[in-house]
Design a protein around this ligand. Structure first.
Ligand code: RP5
Length: 166
């Protein structure tokens, strides 16, 4: 049973979330990926979020663009941690979604990652870090992931130095 629910406000958001989905594949973490909208299917969102703990979920990732209420509405219906991904697009290219996601009033937290760029990837890693608090295998994979990133930077630096020396 999946412990992570990744919700998006529109299927049009999916291509912008692929880098996050890849992280879950890399770590071997099952997730449930659903399209549901705080505006267009508010009843579905309410029911899903309200039953999430009973259904075994441990963390939410909510991706939405424009007036991005999805993460906030989900957070209002559960005490599980909610990570919001502001999706770029629309007239303001994600600034609206960013502000909607980060400006939650005190009492109902939503953790926001970046608009675009590393946002979806970091949302996945953050969710895995939460799961890893009670999963030693995942915790070890996170350590290995960091080591792999460091090795790539060192290799890139060595390559650059060699190029500069001609
Ligand atoms: C949000 O409105 C969605 O998350 C999407 O980013 C944006 C536009 O949705 P579509 O009109 O493309 O379905 O709810």
């Amino acid at each position: 049973m999946a412990k992570v629910a990744l919700l998006m406000g529109s299927k049009n958001d999916l291509p912008k979330l692929e880098s996050g989905l890849s992280v879950f594949k890399e770590f071997g973490v099952d997730i449930d990926v659903r399209v549901m909208s705080a505006h267009r299917t508010p009843g579905v969102v309410t029911e899903f979020a309200s039953n999430a703990i009973a259904n075994g979920y441990q963390v939410f990732i909510c991706a939405a663009g424009c007036a991005a209420h999805l993460a906030g509405v989900v957070a209002g219906h559960t005490t599980l941690p909610v990570i919001g991904i502001p999706v770029a697009g629309g007239a303001l290219n994600g600034m609206d979604a960013l502000l909607a996601t980060v400006q939650m009033p005190g009492g109902i937290p939503v953790a926001s990652v970046a608009v675009g760029g590393g946002g979806p990837k970091n949302a996945a890693l953050f969710a895995i870090q939460i799961l890893a608090l009670s999963d030693a295998d995942l915790a070890q994979k996170l350590v290995e992931n960091r080591e792999s990133q460091a090795a790539k930077v060192s290799a890139a630096d060595a390559e650059l130095q060699a190029e500069l020396r001609g």
